[in-house]
Design a protein around this ligand. Structure first.
Ligand code: GDP
Length: 306
């Protein structure tokens, strides 16, 4: 009994040193936890990847595929009911955002179906689908201008219809606006760079490679470049025609509205490198037999992981 009361007495009357230590721990622990969490990515916005492209190209299908794949690979460590069923059906009329995680440091990282194993570093990122319909294009371009920590743009095109003039013209006209926006964002001076963030690379995902009408990615690239050359010339002429005379058009304005190397006869995607913008055209498909979406996934993983 004596020992219990002496222990109780000792506990209730701690030395000033123990008291001080206790106060430091009580105040210091939450402070330390806050500092650690704030330094980790927990409180920062993950990098963003935007899905753009004309209506019907397959953006929403791609988003759903990646969402399904990522949720089925993480069923073991999640209690969320959504992870067991198929991904919710999305429509292209609205903007959808999903969170995904990818890795570039294992052999299996080339596939989005790779199991969510704990080894290696995984980078979380947001994949944002945008409406492709002409009337809602401003919503998509607004996302492009305002997205926080934008790391990449995936411009999805339907390779099965790119052989048709109207579809090609529609896709190229949208791509022109996207690239011109990114070109302006990359800018040339420090001020523009500070406002727009680092240059954003673009993947032109030539989708529907499973269909026999789909043209090869190399041909899709050539056709898009040729159409962009035509659009660039038409828009530049339009700018001149809209003025009372050529002298009235501000030279800076024309320069600012010209995609790629100023004054060049033909447009080529590699001209975007002048603005540090990398453009790559890769084939794939979301549905059916074909190369699938692995190449696109690997391209995205490399862009968000550094
Ligand atoms: P979005 O408007 O760009 O979001 O396009 P959707 O994802 O709504 O797809 C438009 C149509 O194309 C749908 O009927 C899809 O099933 C179909 N589709 C999407 N990807 C593929 C593909 O890789 N191959 C084939 N054959 N059809 C596809």
């Amino acid at each position: 009994m004596a020992s219990i009361s002496s222990i109780a007495e000792a506990l209730l009357s701690p030395s000033p040193l123990v008291l001080l230590l206790g106060i430091i721990i009580i105040i210091g622990a939450p402070l330390l936890q806050h500092i650690i969490l704030a330094r980790s990515n927990a409180y920062t916005t993950p990098p963003t990847v935007l899905l753009l492209g004309p209506d019907g190209a397959g953006k929403t299908s791609l988003l759903s595929l990646l969402e399904r794949a990522s949720s089925s690979s993480s069923t073991d460590n999640s209690n969320d009911n959504n992870t067991t069923g198929p991904a919710a059906t999305h429509t292209s009329q609205t903007t959808q955002t999903i969170e995904l995680s990818c890795s570039t440091d294992s052999d299996t990282a080339t596939s989005f179906r790779s199991p969510d194993d704990a080894t290696g570093t995984h980078t979380k990122f947001l994949l944002v689908d945008t409406p492709g319909h002409g009337k809602l294009r401003n919503v998509a371009l607004g996302k492009l201008r305002r997205a926080e920590k934008l790391r990449a743009v995936v411009f999805v095109v339907d390779a099965a219809v790119l052989g048709e003039h109207d579809a090609l013209a529609a896709a190229a006209s949208y791509l022109h606006d996207v690239l011109l926006d990114l070109q302006r964002r990359a800018g040339s001076g420090d001020k523009a760079k500070a406002q727009g963030g680092p240059p954003v690379p673009v993947l032109v995902a030539a989708n529907k490679a499973d269909l026999f009408t789909a043209i090869p990615a190399a041909m899709a690239k050539t056709k898009l470049e040729a159409e962009l050359t035509r659009i660039r010339a038409t828009r530049s002429r339009g700018l001149l025609d809209s003025g009372v005379g050529a002298d009235d058009v501000d030279a800076g304005q024309e320069h600012d509205s010209w995609l790629g190397e100023y004054g060049s006869e033909k447009f080529a995607f590699k001209q975007m490198q002048e603005f540090d913008i990398d453009v790559e055209v890769l084939p794939g498909n979301v549905i059916g037999d074909g190369p699938g979406a692995d190449k696109w996934w690997w391209w995205i993983a490399q862009r968000v992981s550094h």
